[in-house]
Write a protein that binds this ligand. Structure first.
Ligand code: HDD
Length: 758
């Protein structure tokens, strides 16, 4: 797939520039590709782009760092070594004569290779594959009654850095695998850093952090062959989640469409644990945090996700960066569910300390408290996205923890892991991790210490540094833990009885799904368990599913060719939660990508009009033709952005065939004809057929105008099928396509939606 940025071109076009660059030719939109001259003279460094400086912050010594940052960036006309000494040559080692041995005294060679040898740091033990973005959080002030956190007061703006991730894969793994996604947000507040380290799934596999190494060992590749990469479809994962049935709820979410998001921009986020808010009067409220994407929650279908893993493994990372670069800034509303801080810490019978539970939004509505906008791409992946270090213990006054045993273990782990990953205890001094609040700690020395601390008395009380630093009580904005009563108890290694309910919450999730979502879940379980070698594990998984729902169990059992077992305990009597279904809503179509298939003999006027209509609607048109270059001539010529060789259905949200598209020069039929070989005469390029058939199979809206119907018929797509629009005028067809796009996909009309999704 091309590396071009369709959204950026759309933005350029919207700003008045004409067509995007031709396929495969770098250059400014609308211009002929300029030849890039080889620089021969040193020149002054280009002025730094605004996003080339680190976060606007202060160093641990309280000194502004902006100037340091600029000095440390690659700048100046002459190449130097790391000590600032100018270099005449960096392409040849120092040798005893041109054909002689390389000399050990070549400091530049040794320094250059030594540094390269140490460029990599250990990837994260989980969530290694990630994509980040800068942004801003604007608070509505609606949470001010329940928390004294300064960044949640009315109209306060706080800079943020967000890192999205997959859990299981390595740093170079594909984006669209079936997995949970991390959604970690660093708020650089005026009272210090607050990290919300959440996921796109509101529950977790385990109830106690002591099992975290186990669940991750089970999910990661098998230790002997180190396969499969970034997958849960293997024996050890299913062995674990069927032996620890507390994992059933999270596993069910993973097998649902939530496990394969369409985009990072169309994912919800959840803080998962119950946290405790504290207001100015010292009153406490239990709370669950939510991120709600403005574009709605959308997913891929499984086949599509698998194709993308090969065609464009960076699909999510590219989509996020493209959208931000084009100015189509992704937005999420921040919300809270609040619960009274009662001694039993339950709500409507749901244990709030059990991280495998959600509280349905119908019981506790999500109240919006602010808006997150991601508006700046990192300028250096390593410095920012790789080195950012989140920690659930980075809290600010007004936000406190609860006794969720999963959270307790995390409070240890996140700090600990950075010591190995970032090489010592001074990682808070790395630019991306620096607080924006002044730091005045008494932590000293250690690996990678970059602060030049002053004073002689890093202890307190002292009389030598004027007594500084002094401590700050709650009245001076100090972080004072909520004085929560700890029950008198005996030390035990046990879970509370309420943690033993492993099936009622998964059952609620299943019952809340629309028919098509249920089909997808059954398909996902059947696929994953079908990849397991051990029959006993498949059978155990079916037993777990029988306790969730007989229809689910029977569907998976049928696919595996195994008998469906009876439940071993009574099915829970729970109400569905309509808010959990992704189907049945209408969403903005901003930034959606529409492929317009045409050719030399296509309906070029129709294409031009449809293309403009797509742009006017805030979406992205991509013209697809048999070969690159221009279609038509003169000022109205259309630039081809994808050819039949470079287009694949997965890149588009909807397709429009305008006129009869031609056959590409490189199509098999054309090649055979050129070689004088007998070939099946073809009026339709087989790649157009594949494009259309895949899009249709994946529930995408497809339109055809002015003879485009022939292509649909050649692809075996019934012209009266749901989601297929046929007409004479490309723009009219397009308008109907866009309406369908508002529901994300056209799920088969034969699958009625359940009543509650309306
Ligand atoms: Fe974790 C990273 C989310 C349980 C131990 N976790 C990590 C990241 C996210 C989460 C989003 C990536 C942060 C980044 O982008 O740098 N983790 C969760 C959620 C959990 C959870 C939502 C349950 C509700 N995690 C969890 C437990 C433990 C860890 C129970 C250990 C006992 N997680 C880690 C870690 C990581 C991490 C090993 C790896 C890299 C890092 O921390 O900085 O410490």
């Amino acid at each position: 797939m091309s590396e071009k940025n369709p959204l950026k071109r759309a933005a350029d076009a919207l700003r008045g520039a004409v067509d995007g660059p031709e396929e495969g030719i770098p250059g400014k939109p609308g211009t002929e590709s300029p030849s890039v001259a080889e620089p021969v003279e040193p020149r002054d460094p280009p002025p730094p782009k605004p996003d080339q400086t680190g976060p606007d912050t202060v160093s641990p010594t309280g000194q502004p760092t902006g100037a340091d940052q600029a000095r440390m960036a690659q700048s100046g006309s002459s190449l130097t070594n790391a000590q600032g000494s100018r270099l005449p040559d960096t392409d040849h080692s120092l040798k005893a004569g041109p054909r002689g041995p390389v000399l050990l005294q070549d400091h530049h060679l040794r320094e250059k290779v030594m540094h390269f040898d140490h460029e990599r740091i250990p990837e994260r033990v989980v969530h290694a594959r990630g994509s980040g973005a800068h942004g801003v959080f604007r608070s509505y002030g609606t949470a001010a009654g329940v928390t004294k956190a300064a960044f949640l007061a009315e109209d306060v703006e706080t800079p943020v850095f967000v890192r999205f991730s997959t859990v299981l894969g390595s740093r170079g793994s594909a984006d669209t695998v079936r997995d949970t996604r991390g959604f970690a947000t660093k708020f650089y507040t005026s009272e210090g850093v607050f990290d919300l380290v959440g996921n796109n799934i509101p529950v977790f596999f385990i109830q106690d952090a002591i099992k975290f190494p186990d669940v991750i060992h089970a999910g990661k590749p098998h230790p002997d062959r180190e396969i499969p990469q970034a997958q849960s479809a293997h024996d050890t994962f299913w062995d674990f989640v069927t032996l620890h049935t507390e994992a059933t709820h999270h596993t069910l979410w993973n097998m649902s469409d939530r496990g394969i998001p369409r985009s990072l921009r169309t994912m919800e986020g959840f803080g998962i644990h119950t946290f405790r808010l504290v207001n100015a009067a010292g009153e406490t409220t239990l709370v669950k945090f939510h991120w709600k994407p403005k574009l709605g929650v959308h997913s891929l279908v499984w086949e599509e996700a698998q194709i993308i893993s090969g065609v464009d493994p960076d699909f999510h990372r590219r989509d996020l960066a493209d959208a931000i670069e084009a100015g189509a800034y992704p937005e999420w509303e921040f919300g809270i569910q609040t619960f009274p801080d009662t001694p039993d810490q339950t709500f409507e019978g749901i244990d709030l300390l059990d991280p495998t539970n959600i509280v349905p939004e119908e019981l506790a509505p999500v109240q919006p408290i602010g808006l997150l906008t991601l508006d700046r791409n990192p300028s250096n992946f390593f410095a920012e996205t790789e080195q950012v270090a989140f920690h659930v213990g980075h809290l600010v006054p007004g936000i406190d923890i609860t006794d969720d045993p999963l959270l307790a273990g995390r409070l240890f782990s996140y700090l600990d892991t950075q010591i190995t990953r970032l090489g010592g205890p001074n990682f808070p001094q790395i630019p991306i991790n620096r607080p924006h609040a002044p730091v005045n700690d008494m932590l000293r020395d250690g690996f990678h210490q970059t602060a030049v601390h002053r004073g002689v008395a890093p202890y307190r009380p002292n009389s030598l540094d004027g007594g500084c630093p002094f401590t700050a009580g709650a009245d001076m904005g100090g972080y004072v833990e909520a004085p929560v009563r700890v029950p008198e108890a005996t030390k035990v290694r046990e879970a509370p009885e309420s943690f033993a309910d492993h099936f009622s919450q998964p059952r609620r999730f299943w019952l809340s799904m629309s028919p098509v979502e249920r089909e997808h879940i059954i398909g996902a379980y059947t696929f994953e368990l079908g990849k397991c070698y051990e029959q006993a594990i498949r059978e155990r998984a079916l037993q777990v599913l029988a306790n969730v729902d007989p229809e689910l169990c029977a569907g998976v059992a049928a696919g595996l060719g195994l008998p469906a077992p009876e439940p071993t305990e009574p099915l829970a009597d729970v109400e569905p939660s309509p808010a959990l279904s992704q189907v049945g809503h209408t969403w903005p179509t901003d930034g959606r990508i529409i492929g317009i298939i045409t050719g030399e003999d296509g309906d070029l006027d129709g294409v031009a009009a449809a293309r403009q209509a797509v742009l006017d609607g805030g979406m992205v048109p991509l013209v697809i033709a048999p070969k690159g270059g221009k279609l038509g001539s003169g000022g109205g010529a259309l630039t081809v952005q994808r050819t039949y060789a470079t287009a694949r259905s997965v890149e588009f949200d909807a397709l429009l065939v305008a006129g009869v598209p031609g056959v590409g020069e490189d199509a098999y039929g054309a090649r055979d004809a050129k070689a004088g070989l007998p070939s099946v005469p073809s009026t339709a390029d087989p790649r157009v057929g594949l494009l259309l058939a895949e899009a249709y199979r994946h529930g995408k809206a497809i339109g055809a105008a002015k003879g485009g119907q022939e292509s649909l018929e050649a692809a075996g797509i019934p012209l009266d099928a749901p989601g297929v629009i046929v007409g004479d005028d490309a723009t009219t067809v397009l308008q109907q396509l866009v309406q369908l796009l508002g529901t994300h996909r056209v799920w088969s009309a034969s699958l009625p939606l359940p009543e509650y999704t309306g």
